[in-house]
Design a protein around this ligand. Structure first.
Ligand SMILES: Cc1cc2nc3c(=O)[nH]c(=O)nc-3n(C[C@H](O)[C@H](O)[C@H](O)COP(=O)(O)OP(=O)(O)OC[C@H]3O[C@@H](n4cnc5c(N)ncnc54)[C@H](O)[C@@H]3O)c2cc1C
Length: 465
């Protein structure tokens, strides 16, 4: 990268974006397309960019992973640098960033599981979906092995993450081998003993949060028999209204109805979709291991909501995955709303926490899941970014200029701190390395898992581009 000659009144606006997931990258894109002349540094705690596209989207969704190709074009631009392997809060603080930038946009997303408060959550064999997803997506900061000894598994939740988890648990290791899964994940999945996967939703088919495409995809695996109990197909007035109002809801309900009335096939792995069963307790044995799940039957109350019937059922289950939503985490020096899991903001402008400092934290913005909460698809983060960037650009006259706007200054600062940061050129090297690992097996890539290996592949060659 050629450093711009900055320091004059004409200098471009210096912007730090923290979090190189889709929201952060779309924000960089929106900034470059705005009327402002900008120079952007995109900070990322992982050695590689792309956030949950790399570490959340399921490996058997190559079409979605392909969104990375479009994001590449943004990061290829001269006005943007990637500074990876840098953790905001540990390696760099808000006051550090204020020294170097006119404004900071936080797009730190979400990476943890939302809590589910039922007895037995702490048992051995009760897992958060986010941890499992991180494992099968080769995240460097989670253990390399995953216990897959259970023959009967429960997945709690009726969103797309629950579908991902259920599908990966029900597929064979060999079905997933052509994807980018790393060797430790292939070995783990090959040893998977699951024969039955039971997905539980406390409400009905018209309240499920699945998207139609992802739901229908369950049926495409030659090893998965999807089973829906006809007793679980039920609608009230609220449900019918929801179907009329949303084509997506109607399509999901239609698919589930078709599955409920068809004859059962002979595919070896059974994937049950249960509705109107509210998880009440994860049951353990004397050794603290999961041996069952207790659910309470629910029924519709007329509005599309459900109430308990007092009828409980025990399911023979040896592992439970909670897929009831992701959760963002608070970041140092920024306000955080624990209830919504967001940084409080208006249109992307971060609200000041204490009275007397003005309504907004000057020069601080948010976008993506940390702005709006952990729901919605990658494409939705584009709209978030556009709104946030419009606010930032409008605020330009009021932004306090940083003490050291020269792009070289922050690089000197990071180097002096001894931070081994990765760069966009480094991503190209890691990308090429992962592709070369896949080539002998005819696979597009094999993911590198170890952080040290990622750094080794990225950092060879150095440079700050
Ligand atoms: C399991 C799962 C599967 C999904 N599958 C699909 C799908 O198939 N299709 C689809 O359209 N959407 C899918 N989504 C949704 C999609 O991933 C999100 O809409 C999108 O990733 C949100 O973007 P984001 O940039 O806000 O957050 P993220 O993607 O989470 O990116 C945030 C980035 O910030 C970084 N970061 C966090 N904290 C710090 C810090 N302190 N310092 C520096 N960097 C930091 C993170 O490492 C990460 O790279 C899925 C989501 C999940 C959880």
């Amino acid at each position: 990268m050629s450093f711009r000659d900055i320091g004059s009144a004409e200098r471009p606006l210096r912007i730090a974006i923290v979090g190189a997931g889709p929201a952060g990258i779309y924000a960089a894109d929106a900034l470059m397309k705005s009327e402002a002349e900008v120079s952007i540094d995109l900070y990322e705690r992982m050695p590689a960019p792309f956030g949950l596209i790399r570490y959340g989207v399921a490996p058997d969704h190559p079409r979605i992973k392909g969104i990375i190709t479009a994001l590449h074009k943004v990061l290829d631009k001269d006005q943007v640098r990637l500074l990876g392997n840098i953790d905001y809060g540990t390696d760099i603080t808000l006051s550090d960033l204020r020294r170097f930038y006119d404004a900071v946009i936080f797009s730190t997303g979400a990476n943890a599981d939302r809590a589910l408060n039922i007895p037995g959550i702490e048992l051995d064999g009760s897992y958060g979906a986010a941890d499992f997803v991180s494992w099968y997506d080769g995240h460097p900061d989670v253990p390399r092995t995953w216990p897959l000894h259970a023959q009967k598994v429960a997945v709690l939740g009726v969103g797309n993450v629950a579908l991902d988890v259920a599908r990966v648990l029900a597929k064979t290791g060999d079905e997933l081998l052509p994807t980018e899964i790393p060797p430790n994940v292939y070995e783990g999945l090959k040893a998977n003993k699951a024969l039955e996967v039971h997905v539980f939703g406390r409400r009905g088919p018209a309240q499920a949060k699945f998207t139609p495409l992802e739901l229908r995809e369950l049926d495409h695996s030659p090893t998965i028999e999807v089973i829906v109990d006809p007793e679980d197909i039920d609608y009230d007035e609220g449900s019918e209204a929801a179907r009329r109002h949303s084509k997506q809801v109607d399509m999901v309900a239609n698919t589930l109805e078709q599955w409920a009335i068809r004859d059962q096939g002979t595919r070896p792995h059974k994937l049950f979709l249960h509705f109107f069963e509210s998880p009440a307790e994860i049951v353990g044995d004397d050794n603290g291991k999961v041996v069952g799940l207790r659910t309470e039957r629910t029924q519709l109350d007329g509005t599309g909501n459900v109430k308990g019937t007092g009828v409980f059922k025990d399911w023979d289950i040896q592992a439970v995955y909670r897929a009831v939503g992701y959760l963002s985490q608070a970041a140092p020096d920024l306000p955080f709303d624990e209830r919504t899991g967001t940084i409080p903001n208006e249109g992307g402008r971060v609200l000041a926490e204490s009275a007397g400092v003005g309504r907004f934290l000057p020069g601080v913005y948010v976008t993506g899941w940390i702005k709006r909460g952990p729901v919605g698809l990658i494409g939705h983060t584009k709209g978030d970014a556009n709104e946030t960037v419009a606010c930032l650009v409008a605020d330009r006259p009021h932004l306090a200029p940083p003490a050291e706007p020269d792009p070289a200054a922050v690089v000197d600062f990071l180097t002096a701190r001894g931070i081994a940061f990765t760069t966009w050129d480094g991503w190209y090297r890691l990308d090429a390395h992962e592709r070369s690992l896949g080539e002998p097996e005819g696979r597009e890539r094999v993911k590198v898992v170890e952080r040290a290996d990622m750094l080794r592949a990225s950092l060879v060659g150095g440079g700050v581009r």
